[in-house]
Design a protein around this ligand. Sequence first.
Ligand code: PLP
Length: 827
Amino acid sequence: MNYRIEEIAACVHPVEVSLHQAQQQIEHVLTDSRSLTDATTTIFFALRTMTGDGHRYINVLHEHDVRSFVVARDAVLDDSVLADSNVLYVRDPLEALQRLSGAWRRNFTMPVVGITGSNGKTTVKEFLYQLLSYEKKVVRSPRSFNSQLGVPLSLFKIDATDEVAIIEAGISQPGEMERLQRIIRPTYGIITNIGQAHQENFIDTVEKLDEKLRLFKDSERIVYRADDAEIEEGLRRNGLFERAVGWSTKNPEAPLFVKEMERETALTHIECILDGKAYKLQLPFTDKASLENAMHAFLLLWVLSPDLPKCAAPHLAELEPVEMRLEVKEGGEDNLIINDAYNNDINSLAIALDFMQRRALHAGKRRVLILSDILQSAFLTRNLYRMVADMVKRYECDMIIGIGRELCAYQESFKEIEGYFYTDTESFLRSSLPGKLANSVILVKGARNYRFETIVERLAQKINETVMEINLEAMAENVKSIRRHIPQGVKVMAMVKANAYGTGAYETAKMLEEHHIDALAVAVADEGKELRKKGILTPIVVMDPEVNAFSTLIDYNLDPVVFSMSQFEELYYKIDKQGFDHFPIHLEIDSGMHRLGFSPQEAFAVAERISRQSVLSVRSIFSHLAAADEPQNDEYTMSQIKVFSEAYDKMVAVLGYKPIKHILNTAGIMRFPQYAFDMVRLGIGLYGVSPTPEEKLTPVVTLRTTLLQISDMPPGSTVGYGRHGLLPKGGKIGIIPIGYADGYDRRFGCGVGKVAIRGKLYPTIGNICMDTCMIDLTGSDAQPGDRVTLFGGEAPDLQELADSIGTIPYEILSHMAMRIQRIYYRG
Ligand SMILES: *Cc1c(COP(=O)(O)O)cnc(C)c1O
């Protein structure tokens, strides 16, 4: 579309005009303020619809530099708008828009195909478009823009270089088709069928059919299915039969006679005779509607030009299904994916970009376009990609990922934005880029044969190339083997704090509950709350209850640990106020850890205070060992046990009852089972890590990922940040999608960490990055897509891994990021 504002004024019959820049060139018609792109060359038509009033957006658009408006004659505009805008006041802005589009269409002499009918309009339009595009430059209505508003917007898309226009027309009320006919003026027509759709406002299908056929008042030829008696009757009734061209499966005299239709599983073979010539067609579907739609399109080709069917016949086998809606999916990494992976041409690209731009909920997200080559032979390739680049810029994309040889060749056109180019879909998927897209709106737009649905599949999943596999049965096995260490009747409390050391608190707790664990322990009240909300009924102890968590404790039936007098008083006050008595608490004694707990000297006083009330009642008294796993500290451990026992005895004497007594953690259980007392607290052992080298437990956790890419490195290459990976003789490096943000510690870099691929170990090379790291695959037969094990399985175990970087297995496990998917299995 391209008009000067004064030309528009002359065309739309305004009742009043106020022009400030009569010469202003207008290239874009806007009816939805959210679609604004290039403000100065835009004219806004303020439409009143059932759901909204465009006049309300005038001020905002003015602030965004729009200066041309078509408004209702009763509209009252702000002085600031009037001061510098071109305003055309009209009786009805929609009618004005239609008038303008009709005038625009009359500039052109190429054939215009009008399509109407109850169903299949959009499909026929798309099929026709696909078949014609091999030979001609075709413009068509976007999606199902077929209404009183959609048709004008479609017509504005026509330009002088187009050789055929395909316009869809839909109606829901009497009188509407006449308005559309006046502006479309189709040279040729297709009536798909007549059914019950949009029947509400018509007396019967006869009235509706007559209304639809008005579209073809001045058309030269009208394509229809000759076996449809109702339509044939309608054509006769309206004096159109002379111009009608039918296709039939019954009548050999019909211009297109479909002799044979043989359906296989996913395709249909058709033998037909068109204009005396025999064709053998193959169609990639079997449903009746698609076959009819394809026949409508095939016959129309012949109407356009007798030699077109021959050129198009082989392409019928490649017809693509028509996706009516852009599909929006949640991806991993806070990505939102707009799936438009079935066709790609310049018009539908504009629509998809517009769609992406309008989604307000994308605020703050990056806009990423993944685009295939555009298979539109009618354009000069260079111009085509320049147009695409303009569009990408206009819609403010932050990144383009171009896939295809043409895009690679013309990547220069996109140099103003961040761009990545790949010759084919596979190379993109094998690269590390898909794993890096985060917090973005990603428009995936590609022609069918690029199989972009594989990209959508990949992005739509939570990026689960890296998974932590947790063997719940092995966990249960470890509980059993721990129980064998301690005297019968001793209770076991399982430590599921910190999301069960990173393995996932709920699944772990659930499994433990099934195995009748006596109690669970979490670090903070919220962890306990989560477990209760998911249905865990086992007693839960909160080790470090926060001062403000009282109500959570009460609401979710969680037992707090009490470790100081002031905390006791506060808890007492709050719980008392709620009217409870005998609310269970657990007392922690500091026997030498010097973290939390009452000092042994306080024991007597504390017990005295507690014995004078009945609001809180002591369920257990415990202490924690500082160095149970270190033989060199065994003397200290013994003294801790002694100090704790004495304090316990003193308290019992005052309280007059015997709370549960416990001090052993995993290492304590393994090494000093004689001090198990009434209960033990099992932590790391549950997760398969044994604190004593002599004693093995069953491994529970395996961390795996996928080999994304392999690159050959010439001699002298350096790898990664700071160039710390050196390959003086060259070699081969692999990239895996895990980095320190996932919990793969940076200290595993530069060969410290080793991963297993196909049963062999390979060292890391260079520094670990945030989301990826590189491994030295020199001399290996590894392939992209191979499974990579980082710990567990064939890879080093957690203990070896921890030793190699001077930490403990606890840290490595609990640092595993939430974005790593946990997969639970048994056996
Ligand atoms: C975490 C924790 C444990 C468990 O220790 P492990 O060494 O993992 O068995 C036991 N008691 C307390 C107080 C803890 O905080």
